[in-house]
Design a protein around this ligand. Structure first.
Ligand code: ZN
Length: 372
């Protein structure tokens, strides 16, 4: 029986070029109206007990070819536990070997975070004490752009994730952070809710998420290049969030992402903004060095080059918010590969570790909140 492969579901992405009873040649589909591609997510049926070889043949032209070296595809038979598959990369082809026990196995670039799960998260949060949820507006595909608010303090904290929809670890991080903030017996949550008001956008890009995009929204726009001049036509997601930020002000902001190439967790800051203030930069550095002490899953050696003075790209949210509000702003990057300092051969970087990191980041925020 020939393998049956489909991606016709929430966040699915693959094109089948050819298939036999144990092999398939596949291609990742580009984001709509864009050249970016790297996210894949599909189901393979009819392979129970077989030694299956799946070849994704167009990886050489993907957005981040360096992302495939030492990368392991994730697979799941129960859609709960996502394990690392036996994976090789050579000559632009990613080859995945599987021996599934059951007749439906799911394969993805990283453990997916579906829009259905997003709605579950929003409705769960909406029913927690002292939490408000609200639609900031709708996206170009007509999906809600959801905001969660909680806390009574004067410091305005913004957490937002998944501007790049294929970076699903970012919404797993959010789930961990929101869970901690809603735990009334957690002293970190109690302190933060007393000192700060949280504004949380767990998914900045619902359209890209549901369409199975890597990096862009419904019309192929990279939202993290829209923060200087967003419009309702191109980038309503950023337009709506930035307008709400203008209303509340921003003291601390964290933009949560995944990085395709670097096997580590790191942050990037706002060193290049024109109005750089030393005390804001000191707080940013204190956050990073404290987080590295508190969790071995975070480090400060690997990361992006630090911005040159005055050369910041103000179309990116971290630089825009630091410049616009004098905020302590940062981009948090988690790996698609693993944290090479503490590798886990079974799971790699995972939803559970992303959620734990969300909780750990809040503990460190609690240590600096009084000084923001
Ligand atoms: Zn990103």
């Amino acid at each position: 029986m020939t393998l049956s492969i489909t991606s016709a579901f929430d966040a699915g992405n693959i094109r089948v070029l050819s298939a036999t009873d144990t092999t398939a040649d596949l291609e990742i589909v580009t984001d709509h109206q864009s050249d970016f591609y790297q996210w894949f997510h599909f189901r393979v049926a009819g392979a129970a007990g077989e030694d299956v070889t799946l070849r994704i043949v167009n990886c050489g032209g993907s957005a981040y070819p360096d992302g495939w070296k030492n990368y392991k595809a994730r697979f799941s038979e129960d859609r709960e536990n996502w394990l690392q598959a036996d994976t090789e990369y050579a000559d632009g082809v990613l080859t995945i070997h599987l021996v599934p026990d059951s007749n439906s196995v799911w394969v993805a670039y990283f453990a997916p975070y579906s829009m259905e799960r997003h709605h579950d998260l929003i409705s769960w949060a909406a029913n927690q004490p002292g939490v408000e949820t609200r639609e900031l507006g709708q996206t170009l595909d007509g999906q809600p752009l959801d905001l969660i608010t909680l806390g009574d303090g004067a410091k305005q904290v913004w957490l937002y994730a998944r501007q790049h929809p294929g970076e699903t670890m970012a919404e797993w991080w959010m789930e961990g952070a929101i869970e901690r903030l809603c735990d009334m017996e957690d002293s970190v949550a109690r302190l933060l809710r007393q000192q700060a008001t949280f504004h949380i956008v767990p998914n900045m890009n619902p359209d890209g998420s549901r369409r199975g995009h890597l990096r862009t929204n419904a019309v192929g726009v990279n939202l993290n290049r829209e923060w200087a001049a967003p419009t309702m036509e191109r980038s309503p997601e950023v337009f709506l969030v930035r307008a709400e930020m203008d209303r509340t002000g921003v003291d601390f902001a964290m933009d949560v992402h995944g990085d395709e190439a670097i096997p580590a967790v790191f942050v990037a800051g706002f060193e290049g903004i024109p109005s750089l203030k030393q005390d804001r930069l000191d707080l940013y550095n204190r956050f990073a060095t404290t987080l590295a002490i508190r969790t071995p899953d975070f480090q400060t050696k690997l990361g992006y080059p630090v911005g040159q003075p005055g050369k910041a790209n103000l179309t990116m949210s971290t630089a825009q918010l630091a410049e616009r509000f004098g905020a302590v702003a940062m981009t948090l990057e988690m790996p698609f590969k693993d944290n090479d300092d503490l590798p886990d051969p079974d799971f790699g970087w995972s939803p559970a570790r992303s959620m734990q990191l969300g909780k750990d980041c809040l503990a460190v925020l609690a240590e600096i909140i009084a000084d923001l």
